[in-house]
Design a protein around this ligand. Sequence first.
Ligand code: DOR
Length: 426
Amino acid sequence: MLLIKNVKLVDALGERGPADVLIGEGKILSLDGGEAETVIDGTGLFLAPGFLDLHAHLREPGQEVKEELATGLLAAVRGGYTDLVSMPNTTPPVDTPEAVRALRKKAQALGLARLHPAAALTQGQEGKTLTEAGLLKEAGASLLTDDGHTNEDAGILAAGLLQASAFGLPVAVHAEDASLRRGGVMNDGPLADLLGLPGNPKEAEAARIARDLEVLRYALRRSPTRPYLHIQHLSTKRGLELVQEAKRAGLPVTAEATPHHLTLTEEALKALDPLFKVAPPLRAEEDREALLKGLLDGTLDAVATDHAPHTLAEKEMDLLRAPFGIPSLEVAFPLLYTELHGKRGFPLARLVELFTDGPRRVLGLPPIHLEEGAEASLVLLSPKERPVDPARFASKARYSPWTGWRLGGWPVLTLVEGRIVHEALE
Ligand code: DOR
């Protein structure tokens, strides 16, 4: 038994407490204290349900030089995540039931965060032939996506939505029009022109979201089951408006935004540092402001990391050649806790919802709240500030665009079904 005494509670329902939280048999046994072998003083700390990341690149199989399950899932629990969806753009892509089973088995043996692998929507993520949604679901796939690649063929996406919905699987899309994006390495506009870099226009995202929503309408009209579309790493104001309109019209669509699009803008590229190179690219301040509004008004359902580790050698190439991607599993919550809640008064309960019930809804999982009988997959957070130091990351990607930022809200204890998987109590 574990007792966390005098701790503030926060979940999607609100902030309350302090309470004395008794944990045993993998559950919250009481919020009123009790006898326990291990007692933690929770004074000044707050307890939340464990986070779920809808979007992380853990690079297994085939790209273990960048990340592997052991390092990625350790980074996850250090970031307060008890559950994580891994992206299938590996080598080879995760597009068979065997590959999904192998990932789940390996992750279970590690006993860190629980892995919910995403599988590819099309074979080899080539956009030509659908994968076997039913068999993938049976093997434990959580959603289908060709993330990392764009779905250029609208007909394949429509067929994919129809097939996935028959098995209750969401389809998630990396919404960028490849023919508009072309070789863009940063947001298209005056700054890219000034720096002499090829731009990726915001319209590439908006155009693709508009198309995908029409594809969804078509799939809905043709299907007795309910096709369901999730839009990944939304980065533009116009893209957000389109999702908002669709939600108002009652379409089954959800969307996520990343810590980098919520805290950084294209201005960060001025020094030509590839650490800030990501797809979709960092946008203008008006886009960032729109995303922040979207977090509050419910247009956005989840914060998802898009944790995309590459080797330092790759990220030290010049801006044109370096790969796209920012690692963020270990800093995502502290970043938003500090930059949004601390500096802008963003409600803490809503922020926690965007890391818990919001992403859980996308996967069709029930909400998780801090009450007697609830599963003890939890994170204890400390408001104490310290600077971001990538040398301390468990991820193989030991660099960060946020190096030196002073953040609070660090996970000091993470529990999965009552088991301690991360501990950094002082
Ligand atoms: O920045 C990105 N990195 N965007 C993607 O879509 C893919 C990802 C990766 O796999 O590195």
